[in-house]
Write a protein that binds this ligand. Structure first.
Ligand code: SF4
Ligand code: SF4
Length: 389
């Protein structure tokens, strides 16, 4: 019983104006490195040590879990800082590529269907929860990109050669119980573990492609906007909270991608009632501690330079959002936690998802049931640490 239908247009269905190249230095996590208005926020968010508190969810154990979760991303990939190293290296490299692939050898059959099957199998083998494929729409590439190093931020060219015609979108699921503790540290740990898994999965998938004799660029949040690529690749729809909603996990995923010249059969974009549901729901907007999520209908008016122009959607105010993260001492996932699409699989939840996709006139009933059963309330951070018996 499918809870989605295929549609002709991917991210293009939200485009209402000219899509100008997006300078990645305008992205919110980069602005504290150059925007005079954001320097103070950067100081508070990036450089002020956060001490543990004697409060559930903010203890040393919680902080240590966050620290450990981010390690692979922070030390061996750095997609948040611009990528291009470690697991996100753009080139075939390393001393010990085993088993060694004979130089110049490549799969000779130009069979995009079988290549796509191989990519999906390998992606899932390396830890992806979802894998989708699309033709690369070059409007979503950052131009230019922005790299952060110990010396500070730096604008760099983002010249992806023309032969990179495909993008593989990867979604990795985040832990449901941990996200439910948002805005306490466990949710931040779920995010960090998601980022580390993104790097691991995308990096290994890129190396698999290189072993076939083709080129691959693995990326986390760097190099291109992940959400429109994921929409084009059939992983989900954009929602009021500014995030991708997937049919299986709702917004409780992190996104990575691999750009490649390997010929692949693209997937078809999908719809499953997200826009209709968001029009009526507004739960994330009500529960956002910084009131950064808009109410009402989508529009194409940016709040500030961090928003993308020419897109009809709900634009999030990333300035007030990041300010809350600085006050909170860790990041926030309330807009994931409270979303009715954020549910693990199960007969009841799968049934509701099918209903939202196929019987939207019952959406108010579904929302009423969601509230009645207490979904989306903040979880107990001490309960998170208890082992299931
Ligand atoms: S992360 Fe938190 S503060 Fe930011 S938009 Fe989501 S709910 Fe609001
Ligand atoms: S909480 Fe409601 S309005 Fe917000 S993204 Fe989820 S479904 Fe849409």
């Amino acid at each position: 019983m499918k809870s989605y239908r295929v549609v002709e247009q991917g991210a293009e269905r939200y485009v209402v104006g000219k899509i100008e190249p997006y300078n990645q230095k305008n992205e919110m996590f980069k602005r504290p490195f150059w925007d005079p208005r954001m320097l103070d926020l950067g100081e508070r968010f990036y450089r002020t040590p956060v001490l543990p508190k004697d409060k559930p969810g903010y203890r040393l154990q919680d902080q240590s879990l966050v620290n450990a979760s981010w390690r692979l991303e922070n030390e061996f990939a750095r997609g948040v800082r611009g990528g291009r190293m470690g697991f996100y290296d753009w080139k075939w490299g390393g001393l010990y590529n085993y088993p060694r692939v004979p130089p110049g050898l490549s799969i000779t059959e130009n069979d995009p269907i079988s290549n796509a099957c191989g990519i999906k199998k390998a992606g899932s083998f390396f830890g992806a929860s979802m894998v989708g494929i699309c033709k690369l729409d070059r409007r979503w590439l950052y131009s230019p990109a922005y790299l952060i190093s110990s010396e500070g931020g730096q604008t760099v060219d983002n010249d992806i050669p023309d032969e990179f015609k495909y993008a593989i979108a990867i979604a990795v699921e985040m832990d449901y119980e941990a996200i439910n503790c948002s805005p306490a540290h466990a949710a931040s740990a779920a995010t960090g573990a998601g980022y580390s898994r993104m790097a691991f999965t995308a990096g290994l998938l890129a190396q698999y492609i290189r072993g076939l004799g083709y080129q691959a660029i693995p990326c986390g949040n760097d190099t291109a906007c992940s959400i429109p690529i994921a929409i084009d690749a059939g992983l989900g729809e954009i929602a009021r909270n500014g995030l991708l909603i997937t049919p299986q996990f709702g917004p409780r995923v992190r996104l990575a991608k691999v750009l490649t010249d390997l010929p692949l059969l693209p997937d078809q974009p999908i719809e499953f009632g997200v826009r209709d549901f968001c029009m009526m729901c507004e739960k994330c907007a009500k529960k956002c501690p910084s009131q950064s999520i808009p109410y009402g209908i989508p529009d194409d008016t940016p709040h500030n330079i961090s928003n993308r122009e020419g897109v009809l959607t709900w634009h999030i105010n990333a300035e007030t959002c990041l300010n809350f993260w600085a006050v909170n001492g860790t990041d926030c996932s309330n807009c994931i936690r409270t979303c009715p699409f954020n549910k693990p699989a199960g007969r009841l939840h799968d049934g509701v998802r099918w209903g939202i996709a196929n019987t939207p006139w019952l959406n108010r009933l579904f929302l009423w049931g969601d509230d009645l059963l207490g979904y989306g309330r903040k979880g107990d951070s001490d309960e998170f640490w208890k082992l299931d018996t």
